[in-house]
Structures are given as structure tokens and as C-alpha cells.
Design a protein around this ligand. Structure first.
Ligand code: HEM
Length: 148
């Protein structure tokens, strides 16, 4: 189990990053209904991966790590968690839009995909990708005893 949890932490991070990059590639002002549905599906996969990252992270923190107190007193760990929370908050906006667009597609009305919201969502996804790139740098430092 102590090997399985870190393994799942990494797999979930890979799926998280994969879904973000896929969303970034698909999202554009001119999308067909199939692409809009794919965005909503990818966003669901992203959400599930984020939950798995969180659960396995919590298990590493409280059960399989170096003791909960070790991480709590580490400012690098606080930064890592803060970035994760920012990423989760940012992800709410694409989710709301993708679900709205899918609902419109399903009900047969033309989805209101405008260039301005696409640009805004692309920027949010880019920031999320950047956060997922920065967090492992903090994680490997924490794992090697930095910040204590
Ligand atoms: C996108 C989000 C996250 C990424 C990319 C990430 C990345 C990583 C990586 C790469 C490691 C392995 C470090 C190593 O062994 O060299 C790690 C370890 C760890 N992560 Fe995460 N993580 C994320 C979210 C979280 C969250 C939300 C928590 C807590 C709730 C968490 C808690 C931990 C803990 C406790 C370890 C073990 C550190 C140690 O070995 O001492 N992670 N993380």
C-alpha cells in the first residue's frame, strides 16, 4: 500500500495534466457539437483526477508520509497546497462554461461559444497547466528535506 499510494498520486497527476492539455487543444471559437461534448467529458476526467490527487495526497500526508507534523511545519508544503487550491478554484470557471455549452448542444440550441470567453478560458487552463508544472518542483524539494 505504501508503494501503491505514491504510484496513484503520480498516475492521477499524469491524467490531470493530460486532460488539461487536451482541453487546451480542443477549445476554440469554432467547435462542432462533438468537440463541445468532448470538452465536458475531459473536464469530468480532470475533476476525477484532481479528487484522486487530493485523496492520495492526503493519504501520503496523514498515513504513509513522514508524519503529518513534518509537512504542516514546512512552508514549501503550504505553498504546494495553496497552489493546488488556486488551481481548483480556477477550474470552476471552465467547468461552468463547458456544462452550459453541452446543455445547449443537447437541447438543440446553438451554443453561445464566443471568442472572448474562449480566450479567457484558454488563459485559465494555461495558468492551471503552469501550476501543475510548478507543484512537482516543490514536491521533490519537500521529499528531499528542504523547507524544514
Ligand atoms: C497537482 C497537484 C499535485 C502534484 C503535481 C503533486 C506532486 C507530487 C510529487 C511529484 C510527489 C513526489 C515527490 C518525490 O517523492 O520526489 C508528491 C509527494 C507528495 N504529495 Fe503531492 N502533488 C500534488 C498534490 C498534493 C496534495 C493536494 C497533497 C496533500 C493534500 C499532496 C501531498 C503529498 C505528500 C504528503 C507527498 C509526500 C512527500 C514526501 O515524500 O515526503 N500532494 N507530490
Amino acid at each position: 500500500m505504501s508503494i501503491f499510494i505514491p504510484y496513484l498520486h503520480i498516475i492521477a497527476i499524469m491524467v490531470l495534466m493530460g486532460s488539461l492539455i487536451s482541453e487546451h487543444l480542443i477549445l476554440k471559437p469554432e467547435m462542432n457539437p462533438k468537440q463541445i461534448k468532448s470538452l465536458a467529458t475531459l473536464d469530468f476526467i480532470y475533476g476525477m483526477a484532481a479528487v484522486l490527487v487530493l485523496i492520495t495526497g492526503l493519504l501520503r500526508w496523514f498515513v504513509y508520509g513522514r508524519g503529518a507534523a513534518y509537512y504542516l511545519s514546512n512552508p514549501l508544503f503550504h505553498t504546494k497546497l495553496t497552489l493546488f487550491v488556486i488551481m481548483a478554484i480556477l477550474s470552476v470557471f471552465p467547468t461552468i462554461k463547458f456544462l452550459k455549452w453541452r446543455k445547449e448542444v443537447n437541447s438543440g440550441t446553438a451554443p453561445g461559444v464566443d471568442e472572448k470567453s474562449v480566450k479567457r478560458l484558454l488563459m485559465l487552463i494555461r495558468i492551471e497547466i503552469l501550476i501543475v508544472v510548478i507543484i512537482p518542483f516543490l514536491a521533490v524539494m519537500i521529499a528531499r528535506g528542504y523547507g524544514v
